[in-house]
Design a protein around this ligand. Structure first.
Ligand code: GDP
Ligand code: MG
Length: 439
């Protein structure tokens, strides 16, 4: 390795990289945390295995420990498994959007109907109709009617002596007549899964062709919640999950296992008995809750911010010195990948986004690996001065890196564009740059 490369490498590695013993230590702690949060053994194993592969060799940021870095990597993985972002209620093309609520008895179905209806009325001025299709317990119908009165939302019921499939049919007719935009079908539950109940739900599904089949599960039931989700999903094909009773002391690992097993998104969480106690499901908040290590995660976030700032300052210095060579280019692209897309950075600088070439400095992961290979095949002289890259040299580099000569040409062009861009930034916008990097 050249001195220069060595120095670069040392800088990138900073504190060092995650080794096997770091991993073993941290994973023991993380496995316990996941199991205690009610994540299933199977999912815990798969997550820790997957994360271990990814974490080994990863860069540890300054000012935090390998343990903390690993916890951050696990957190990112949990967020990824749970779906990256909040997902809303699906809407049907034509009104009404029909939402079929299913789940075991006591899970919180009827309460969730009330909460969802309230939310839609409040936020979308919606005009929902609630259908009382739980005919096995008279109290269930009264409960829904009371909710309807509170919310000033109509409830359709036919008492307890009618086939629920019939009730749903008549209820839907009424909704179409009255132009209701949403229909919630509140169904019966049992204490455990049972054939008869599933058959009834299948018939209601067949008849109503719901846009959403929301499974309501009690987070407090832990592993059982996961089994219930699998069974309902196999029988009915659920489209979303409402996880209730998260106001209890459960860490909510069921959310992770359910999503992992069924692939169905958790859409809402219940956080209390009141009608306002409903939240959209946020994977990042849930991940942090499941791990129970929020303090560490915010520490790592701070370290990441600091690191990004250092990198940005380093870049600013290079630009000012006007010696941005191909090694810097590759290093910069590596950092850009960690920092987020370059166009975000470009957008922050007034006037720059209009310059030609500004939009061309973005690359995918795979492209980047290829670019790195190409630059590795260049001599020191070529990296420091792209002007010497004659067609003959370009062919040699292409052969050496196993890439196409067109790709080599493209990289050099991208480097030159970036370099020009950097020059312009230096000449025209240093004030803006200083401002940006100071923040
Ligand atoms: P269903 O049988 O599935 O319709 O369940 P219900 O909606 O009747 O709810 C059963 C019980 O759980 C009721 O006492 C609700 O008040 C309570 N419940 C529902 N959701 C929540 C929640 O998010 N948190 C808490 N603490 N209680 C809830
Ligand atoms: Mg009910």
């Amino acid at each position: 390795l050249t001195e220069r490369l060595k120095a670069t490498f040392k800088k990138i590695s900073g504190k060092g990289r995650i080794n096997q013993s770091d991993l073993d230590n941290a994973m023991r702690e993380i496995r316990t945390a996941l199991l205690e949060a009610d994540v299933s053994l199977k999912v815990t194993r798969q997550i820790t295995r997957r994360v271990s592969d990814e974490a080994l060799g990863a860069h540890v940021l300054d000012s935090i420990t390998p343990d903390q870095q690993i916890i951050k990597i696990v957190d990112d993985e949990l967020i990824k498994v749970m779906g990256d972002e909040a997902s809303e209620l699906n809407k049907s093309k034509h009104i009404p959007t029909i939402v079929l609520m299913v789940g075991l008895q006591g899970a919180g179905k009827t309460t969730a109907v009330g909460k969802l209806a309230r939310r839609l009325v409040k936020e979308n001025n919606a005009r929902p109709l609630l259908i009382a299709a739980d005919v096995y317990r008279p109290a269930a119908i009264d409960q829904l009617k009371t909710l309807g009165e509170t919310l000033k939302v109509p409830v359709y019921d036919e008492g307890t002596d009618v086939d629920p499939v019939e009730i749903v049919k008549n209820g839907l007719d009424l909704a179409r007549k009255n132009n209701n935009d949403y229909v919630f079908i509140d169904t019966a539950g049992r204490l455990t899964i049972d054939e008869q109940l599933m058959d009834e739900l299948k018939k209601i599904k067949e008849l109503s062709q719901p846009t959403e089949i929301l499974l309501v599960v009690d987070a407090m039931t832990g592993q059982t919640a996961v089994d219930v989700a699998n069974d309902f999903n196999d029988a009915l094909g659920i489209t979303g999950v409402v996880l209730t009773k998260l106001d209890g002391d459960t860490r909510g690992g069921a959310a992770l296992s359910i999503r992992y097993d069924t692939g169905v998104p958790i859409k809402f969480v219940g956080t209390g008995e009141k009608l306002s106690d409903l939240d959209v499901f946020y994977p990042d908040r849930m991940a942090s809750r499941i791990l129970g290590m929020g303090d560490i995660l915010s520490l790592v976030d701070k370290a990441q911010e600091q690191y990004n700032e250092q990198q940005a300052q380093e870049l600013a210095r290079k630009i000012q010195e006007n010696n941005f060579d191909l090694d810097d280019f590759i290093e910069q692209m590596d950092q850009v990948q960690q920092m987020g897309p370059m166009d975000e950075l470009v957008k922050m600088i007034p006037g720059l986004s209009d310059m030609p070439g500004a939009a061309n400095i973005q690359f995918g992961d795979k492209d980047f690996a290829h670019m790195r290979a190409i630059v590795s095949s260049m001599t020191q002289e070529e990296r420091m001065n792209a002007d010497v890259l004659t067609p003959k040299r370009r062919r040699r580099i292409a052969a050496g890196s196993g890439r196409d000569v067109m790709e080599v040409n493209r990289l050099i062009k991208q480097y030159k564009q970036t370099s020009t861009l950097m020059n312009k930034m230096q000449k025209g916008n240093m004030g803006a740059m200083d401002q940006m990097f100071a923040g």
